[in-house]
Design a protein around this ligand. Structure first.
Ligand SMILES: C[S@@+](CC[C@H](N)C(=O)[O-])C[C@H]1O[C@@H](n2cnc3c(N)ncnc32)[C@H](O)[C@@H]1O
Length: 363
């Protein structure tokens, strides 16, 4: 145990970049169970069922001080655990960790409402969610994304999404939310106890299920759409879900605001066909996953009607050029892309146009 702890300390000291306040980084590593880039959490390994331990047990494992059972030290340990998790947030411009903008040396805490890049000094703020997009703060510049990204930024589609839109995916072979969640959980089992990003979360239908399942110490609900994230926040309130282990983040999938190798799992439901560049996105997913971390995605697939394939293959580049979108991929292309980005053990389930697949970051 002592050896693991000292290995964790030296690893953290080596990776803590210039300007990040190494002392706080070490404190975080000590306060929280060694996890993420360093491997399994104490809570994960102690949990035979794969569920997170109850809060008190979690705190006991997070800090020696909490073993007294005193509520104050419990709270402090919980806070330092969350701080440690939020310290995985990185500047989307230079990928260095974000620190509290008030105390420039310290790791962010959940109550901070503005963070600063430890190197370029750019400030990022939180209103309903953390806006960690590259161009946030620009006043004159604005950029239009491809249609599939812009469509989901509208208030109307964001509002309708969980109120009928998503349910229609069943016609394409999607098994429905509950079944999809069960399948995703199965693929993600080896990462329970860690940090999961629900990428392109939309209004947070899966993010909320991940939080409720208590399988992860932190769930990051991430989307590019401001309105989807607002919907997500509303549903969280309506369903009375604790946001203790939840962070809402606005980011582009091609520029993920996380420290490299710091994330245990990434789930992306019904999303790849909406991404401007699946290649840049999967490369980013591979960058942020720790070795052994798992990527689970679902999407509509292109090759279900054999006679149409040649036409699709010939016509697709032209359709993509005109629409600015990347239309649906085949399972072979998905596997190829994952492999090209350093993700191995590709496996999948198909149903009609639906595919759910999983790939693991090579160790
Ligand atoms: C069809 S919805 C999927 C929502 C949810 N994951 C589900 O399973 O129903 C696709 C989501 O991808 C998001 N999206 C599109 N382009 C994105 C990008 N460049 N970066 C991050 N998310 C993006 C959209 O905002 C939208 O919420």
């Amino acid at each position: 145990m002592a050896a693991i702890r000292s290995a964790a300390i030296s690893a953290a000291a080596v990776v803590a970049p210039r300007g990040f306040g190494r002392r706080r980084c070490l404190v975080a590593c000590l306060a929280a169970p060694a996890r993420g880039a360093l491997g399994v959490t104490a809570s994960a390994s102690a949990s035979a069922s794969g569920k997170m331990l109850p809060r008190s047990a979690l705190h006991a494992s997070a800090s020696p001080a909490s073993s007294t059972g005193a509520p104050d030290s419990d709270e402090a340990a919980a806070e330092s655990l969350v701080e440690a998790e939020l310290s995985k947030l990185a500047c989307p411009i230079c990928y260095y960790p974000l620190v509290s903008s008030i105390d420039h040396q310290s790791a962010p805490s959940k109550s901070d409402s503005s963070l600063e890049c430890s190197t370029c000094k750019k400030l990022y703020s939180k209103d309903d969610y953390w806006d960690l997009t590259v161009a946030v703060g620009s006043t004159e510049y604005s950029e239009t994304m491809p249609a599939a990204t812009e469509l989901f930024r509208t208030q109307l589609v964001s509002f309708l999404y969980e109120r009928g839109w998503r349910q229609n995916f069943i016609w394409g072979g999607f098994p429905g939310l509950e079944k999809e969640f069960e399948m995703a959980k199965d693929y993600l089992k080896p990462t329970s106890g860690g940090i999961i990003i629900d990428a392109s979360c939309g209004s947070g239908l899966f993010s909320r299920l991940f939080v409720k399942s208590e399988l992860y110490c932190l769930v990051v609900a991430l989307d590019f759409s401001e309105n989807m994230l607002k919907q997500c926040k509303e549903f969280i309130k309506q369903e009375n879900i604790s946001d203790e282990r939840l962070a809402l983040v606005r980011a582009d999938i091609s520029r993920l605001p996380f420290v490299s190798g710091s994330i245990d799992a990434l789930h992306a439901g019904a999303a790849i066909h909406c991404w401007p560049s699946p290649a840049c996105a999967v490369a980013e997913i591979s960058r942020v996953l720790r070795p052994g971390g798992i990527f689970v995605g679902s999407t509509f697939i292109a090759d279900v009607l054999p006679p149409v394939i040649p036409l699709l293959r010939i016509g697709r580049p032209y359709i993509d050029q005109i629409t600015g979108n990347n239309t649906f991929l085949s399972e072979l292309e998905l596997e190829d892309l994952c492999r090209a980005c350093g993700l191995v053990n590709f496996t999948f389930v198909r149903n009609g146009f639906y595919i759910m697949f999983s790939a693991t970051k090579a160790s």
